[in-house]
Ligand binder design. Structure first.
Ligand code: UDP
Length: 308
């Protein structure tokens, strides 16, 4: 799919956006781009009402850590990773400089490899430090959680000590609804209320198992235990055919990743549980996956003084 997407993306002001630059950084350098940045910030702050008048059309902001924009071609979107960290249905919120850059890279790495092993995803390619080009899909309103080790809500609900190896991988479904706090639902609820058909549930579970197998092996190879993760799926139409693909993101925001030796948490629990060191943990995951080189400047650390 390279050919149609090689054009540099243009904002509605006509400025091409170069690849491989941090969009937030680049926006501050140009008068018109600065206007765009202000518009983006305004939209970020005040939600959908202002989005109507924004120069860049914000299509979805409900992800809190990400924004979706119109893509350059019909059927494509741009997924922008912000630095916002939220938990407990956005009751807890912080901005962590550089988190979006790391999640964009880590999620790119995972989705690229899933595509390569024949697990269909929405991912096309990364555009720059914070953005990736994706296929537009209709999101199935479910959070699909796969667990290998007891942790988090499973441990709380069933009284199983965190870190206990589960007898087998367990798949759970949560209905995506902020007003209801994403309640856990069964296949009966999903089919009765029409959120997905029985065939789609089968497809989603088959994808979930493949993603879990791939991710478990990937992380095990770099000394990390995949405790659990959340994925989302979407319906992708190609002519009259529809198939279920993996969508959204897969990053330390949506996985529990523990160092094999020390059990140190390398994921969003660092934020949820006020452990600190989130950026360092995400950087460590990226480094181990070979995404960041040893001597690469950690995201968000600013320029390095080379001569005093
Ligand atoms: N998760 C997520 N988004 C959510 C809820 C959960 O990405 O809205 C991920 C979470 O990071 C963990 C897995 O899903 O890797 C299982 O989360 P759990 O049900 O234990 O909920 P939590 O303890 O995070 O509330």
């Amino acid at each position: 799919p390279a050919a149609p997407f090689q054009q540099p993306r243009r904002t509605s002001t006509g400025w091409p956006i170069p690849d491989e630059t941090d969009s937030v950084h680049r926006m501050s350098s140009h008068p018109l781009a600065r206007l765009l940045a202000i518009t983006l910030v305004t939209v970020t702050l005040s939600g959908s009402a202002l989005a109507q008048s924004a120069q860049v059309q914000v299509l979805s902001e409900n992800g809190k850590a990400k924004v979706l924009y119109e893509g350059p071609e019909p059927g494509t979107l741009i997924q922008h990773f912000k630095d916002d960290a939220t938990a407990f249905n956005a009751k807890k919120h912080e901005v962590i400089d550089g988190k979006g850059v790391l999640n964009n890279r880590i999620s790119e790495y995972v989705f690229q490899h899933l595509n390569e092993i024949g697990v269909p995803t929405h991912f096309i390619r990364r555009l720059n430090m914070r953005e990736q080009l994706i296929r537009e899909v209709e999101i199935v309103p479910l959070e699909v959680v796969v667990r290998n080790t007891a942790a988090g809500s499973l441990s709380q609900r069933l009284g199983i000590e965190e870190g206990t190896q589960l007898p087998r991988s367990i798949i759970e479904f949560y209905y995506k609804n902020d007003a209801l706090n994403d309640p856990m639902v069964s296949e009966e609820h999903i089919t009765a209320f029409g959120w997905a058909s029985p065939q789609e549930i089968d497809d989603i579970m088959a994808l979930a198992i493949r993603v879990n197998d791939f991710l478990s092996g990937l992380f095990l190879g770099v000394g990390i235990r995949l405790v659990d993760f959340k994925m989302e799926c979407g319906r992708l139409w190609e002519n009259d055919l529809m198939r279920i693909v993996v969508a959204d993101e897969i990053s330390p925001d949506s996985c529990r990743l523990w160092d094999i030796k020390s059990n140190e948490k390398l994921d969003k629990d660092r934020f949820r549980r006020d452990l600190g060191g989130l950026l360092e943990a995400y950087t460590e995951v990226a480094k181990r996956l070979g995404i960041l080189m040893e001597n690469e400047r950690p995201a968000g650390s600013g320029p390095v003084l080379v001569k005093g």
